[in-house]
Design a protein around this ligand. Structure first.
Ligand code: NAD
Length: 268
């Protein structure tokens, strides 16, 4: 198979939540594969820094301040991307996370305490992780349908397919992202738009650092013991899968949910 099947040369791509962590890793990998990249997130300084890194690789980049829960922000981002990059071929819905703990009920709750939140926390987390993903898919899908095809990746989580005590809102939203992926893949296949999903495991990033402050040592060790490959993941692990899933090499793959998790929660 020619390595050109993994090339993204000439493609215009969008990565939401691209200012740091996994999103930054995907944005830089897309640029390395030859793509131009629009980097979307709310924090201007972060997205500008990533756009500068992409330009330094010789690719076009644009930093667009966007809140993915706001349809008007998304519409502006689509407009600027098509104007400044000339087209729109690939969209990655990575913005998300952003959770505090919730207790599902006071009697049965897990980690009830100062971090406990109620309805507002549920709404906020579902809005960022699920509604934002849907709104962005819609906006990107419209443009891709008009131009005759494209590829979308939605970033879910292994929390969607395992139990996640204390994170009922997050895991339910990420399961929704998987379900959304399957439906959109079927609905949009006639437009040659492929829609796939990645389920990251424990991926260490500057903000989500599995190696130190995020968890008490005993819980951290228990998590790592459940990872057969015996290491935390890195943004580049997710980025490599993302390049594959939007490239020509995966042209017969749609509606799939790919676990990139070192074997965490292995099942048939
Ligand atoms: P992160 O917090 O470092 O990055 C999240 C990015 O999303 C940031 O750029 C943030 O600004 C952006 N974002 C958040 N809310 C937004 C909004 N409303 N509008 C626009 N941008 C917004 O987190 P990360 O670890 O890099 O996670 C990236 C994705 O991977 C998330 O969807 C997360 O749920 C998922 N994930 C991460 C892990 C992990 O272990 N790190 C595991 C499973 C899934």
């Amino acid at each position: 198979m020619p390595s050109s099947m993994f090339s993204l040369a000439g493609k215009a791509t969008v990565v939401t939540g691209g200012g740091r962590g996994i999103g930054r890793g995907i944005a830089l990998a897309f640029a390395d594969a030859g793509a131009d990249v629009a980097v979307l997130a709310r924090t201007q300084a972060e997205i500008e820094a990533v756009a500068a890194e992409i330009k330094a690789k010789g690719r076009k980049a644009v930093a667009i301040a966007t809140d993915v829960t706001k349809p008007q922000d998304i519409a502006k981002a689509v407009k600027r991307t098509t104007e400044e990059l000339g087209r729109l071929d690939i969209w990655v819905n990575n913005a998300g996370g952003e959770f505090g703990l919730v207790a599902s009920s006071p009697e049965m709750g897990y980690a009830v305490g100062t971090l406990q939140r109620e309805e507002a926390e549920w709404d906020r987390v579902v809005a960022v992780n699920l509604k934002g993903c849907f709104l962005c898919c819609q906006a990107a899908g419209r443009v891709m349908a008009e131009r005759g095809g494209g590829a979308i990746i939605n970033i879910s989580s292994m929390a969607a397919v395992t139990n996640a005590p204390g994170y009922a809102h997050y895991s339910a939203a990420k399961a929704g992202v998987m379900s959304l992926t399957l439906t959109l893949a079927a609905e949009w296949a006639p437009h040659d738009i492929r829609v796939n999903c990645i389920l990251p495991g424990c991926i260490t990033t500057p903000k989500v650092n599995w190696e130190n402050e995020m968890l008490p040592p005993d819980i951290r060790q228990a998590f790592l013991a459940g990872v057969p490959l015996k290491r935390w993941g890195l943004p580049q692990d997710i980025a490599a899968a993302a390049v594959f899933l939007v490239s020509e090499a995966s042209s017969y793959i749609t509606g799939s949910c790919l676990e990139v998790a070192g074997g965490l929660g292995m099942h048939v």
